[in-house]
Design a binder for this molecule. Structure first.
Ligand SMILES: [Zn+2]
Length: 175
């Protein structure tokens, strides 16, 4: 049975390459992809992962409508973006599900796919978390005596010279 309220997750090739597909059916979500995406998989692991997911009916193959394909291609012209035929198929398929009033999300790490998808008001979720890899710790240093202060006290209490803000990239664990 297809739950009407299930989330639809549209996968591009990176989902298979990064092995981000569950190997057991997900009660809350339906995973879909296109033939073009599957044909793009070259390495053994991602192909194996895809065939298991298809066999277990975790991922199903679907094809976008001509209308949505046309719509995505015309948006590309408007935005001056370039997408491969495979990427176009992914965005167009997501657009089809959105037209069916489904809660649809594209799983991708591709910047151009995200850009086009967002323009079409489609939700995008990155596969690999970025941005929390390192954080910046700020310190304030006197350019004259080189003393370092944890807080911005404005001017060096020893030299009376304005402090300079300095950032150092650190791993979250070190903070
Ligand atoms: Zn100083």
């Amino acid at each position: 049975m297809d739950g009407m309220n299930k989330k639809v997750l549209v996968l591009d090739a990176s989902a298979f390459i990064n092995l981000k597909i569950p190997l057991h059916p997900d009660v809350d979500s339906i995973y879909v992809t296109t033939v073009q995406v599957l044909n793009e998989l070259k390495d053994r692991m991602s192909k194996l992962h895809a065939s298991i997911a298809l066999m277990q009916r975790i991922v199903r193959i679907d094809s976008p409508s001509e209308n949505s394909l046309r719509e995505v291609k015309s948006i590309l012209k408007t935005l001056g973006e370039k997408l491969s035929e495979t990427d176009i198929s992914v965005v167009a398929l997501a657009l089809d599900y959105k037209k069916m009033m489904k809660d649809v999300i594209i799983l991708t790490d591709d910047y151009s796919v995200s850009n086009v998808a967002k323009f079409l008001d489609l939700k995008v979720k990155p596969l690999i978390r970025r941005g929390i890899v390192s954080i910046i710790r700020w310190r304030y240093q006197c350019p004259s005596c080189r003393r370092i202060f944890r807080e911005d006290v404005g001017v060096c209490p020893f030299c009376g010279i304005k402090l300079i803000k300095r950032g150092r990239r650190i791993k979250p664990a070190d903070s």
